[in-house]
Design a protein around this ligand. Structure first.
Ligand SMILES: NC(=O)c1ccc[n+]([C@@H]2O[C@H](COP(=O)([O-])OP(=O)(O)OC[C@H]3O[C@@H](n4cnc5c(N)ncnc54)[C@H](OP(=O)(O)O)[C@@H]3O)[C@@H](O)[C@H]2O)c1
Length: 157
């Protein structure tokens, strides 16, 4: 099973200058709760944006260059693994676009803001392909820049 998880602004922006465009601790906790103990797949640029490995998750990085410092994978490798376990697609924009046609479930956090000069976007979710199954507005805490809404979508079969 393939599950995608991302946070976007009201216009679907997810990144700027190789990083997240907000400080949103409550969303990071949400991300941790969902992915902990699982396998996370990311593009090489998202890997470069992290300070290092996130605790207690298997990391698989997509790159077209050989690497021996991290575990890498391919589109086919991810699809094979997803036959037996839930695989979390955690970004960025290129990787979301690659796997969107194959995902079963999407956790989307809408951050209630409009990012100026964003350079990376999540793909649009089609209402014909995905149904919104839950939506929870969550006000910001002192460790968040903005209010947010946690949404879940499931593929329409
Ligand atoms: N808001 C969120 O939820 C969220 C989540 C994750 C990331 N982000 C943001 O998104 C931005 C990064 O996204 P991005 O779109 O620029 O890059 P990305 O998707 O993270 O990585 C792109 C890289 O993935 C590799 N790749 C792509 N397709 C591949 C394929 N078919 N097979 C093998 N490797 C493949 C290539 O690596 P090589 O060049 O090494 O070949 C490519 O340069 C950052 O700003 C990050 O902070 C936001």
């Amino acid at each position: 099973m393939l599950t995608m998880i991302f946070a976007c602004d009201k216009s679907n922006a997810i990144g700027k200058d190789g990083d997240l465009p907000w400080r949103q601790s409550t969303d990071l906790q949400h991300f941790k709760r969902i992915t902990l103990g699982g396998t996370i797949v990311m593009g090489r640029k998202t890997w470069d944006s992290l300070p290092g490995k996130l605790p207690d998750r298997r990391h698989l990085v997509m790159t077209k260059s050989p690497r021996n410092d991290i575990e890498t994978t391919s589109f086919e490798g991810v699809m094979e693994l997803a036959k037996d376990e839930e695989i979390f697609i955690i970004g960025g924009g290129e990787i979301y676009r690659l796997f969107l046609p194959h995902v079963d479930k999407i956790h989307r956090t809408v951050i209630h803001c409009e990012v100026d000069n964003a350079d990376t976007y999540a793909p649009e979710l089609s209402e014909q392909e995905f149904s919104l199954t839950s939506s929870n507005f969550t006000p910001k805490t002192e460790r968040d820049d903005f209010d947010m809404t946690f949404e879940m979508y499931e593929k329409i079969r």
